[in-house]
Design a protein around this ligand. Sequence first.
Ligand SMILES: Cc1ncc(COP(=O)(O)O)c(C=O)c1O
Length: 376
Amino acid sequence: MVMVSASPLSSQQPAYKPGLPREQVAERFGIEPAEIAKLGSAENPFGPSPKAQAAIETGKTKIDLYPEWSSRLLREAIGKRFGFDPECVACGAGETEVISLVIRAFSRPGDPILMYEPCFPIYHIFAENEGRVPVYVRMGQDFDLVVDQYIARLNETKPKIAFITNPHSPSGKLMAEADIRRICEAAGDGTLIVLDEAYIHFTETPGGIELTRDHRNLIVLRTFSKAFGLAGLRLGFGIAANKDLITPLMNLKPTWNLGAMQTAGGIAAIEDDEHVARTVKMIVEMRAYVTEQLAGLNSFRMVPGSRSNFFLLEVVDQSLNSTDVFQGLLKRGVIVKDGSDSFRGLGDRYLRVDVSLKKNMDRLVWALKDLSAAQG
Ligand SMILES: Cc1ncc(COP(=O)(O)O)c(C=O)c1O
């Protein structure tokens, strides 16, 4: 008898480790959920775009019908926003789905895929799930994006796909536009450059969508989960002036991958500049605030230079590692990401911490001080 079994590739892969939910920590430590500072998933503490929320209510009235399979209206709205045809846009259930489609559409089993180490784990998890081979570029001092080294690895390994996250996760460092252009040119026709701009709003720069007009091997990916506050809606997109990069994604995607509520929410959100501007203003102010507050601590150091809505915190106190600090913060009602089990290659001296509302930043700083005092 033939037994059904999982593919050896998929069964070997540990799943992505997301930031912990508030309720789980509240129950375990007896803390009011509202008091918990949730700083592990880089969500928007202001919540969803109100315009998107209203549109989702309207979308609800259509859930008895199959949605239009290509999300045409959403692709039109995104295209219009950036001055592109709808055929230049492909949408997915989160940017995560678009990443999986890109890997499947533009590489084959055994092909190398280039990325920094550490990076957003979904790149190597999905690559390995599909039998592709992640190849890594080490980062410089304080996680600097050493672009010459990236280009050297590109020339050496000739990957089919090369990921850049801008600003980078987990460091928050921003790569200059000139460097992205340099990478696209060095890569040539044989490598697809995937520029992941999940957090681009927080850098207060326009990002690289326009660069796709000059570089036919470049696709830009974005999400509605961060600045738009719609992580639970599951919506993201890929955009490129070169339509040949988009058609394979449309052909490969699960037919009805987005429902009526997702497309309605996305169309409203992409136009909601007010919600995004309010969010970005708060993040930029709080990034400066928490930088100042953490400068006074001896046991911890903020890795400088983040342009995102999170930063890396280094554990300077040698008697503690990142897991000790992660657990110590949890007990005190602060959820962050433990670098040692959230990011391959990051090691056990770092945590990724979100920038958030002042009350959450104050709780973080209090908890870190309290943790140090309990140590000493
Ligand atoms: C760098 C990066 N890219 C993409 C995503 C995925 O976003 P989505 O929620 O749209 O799947 C994340 C989510 O945390 C991320 O950190």
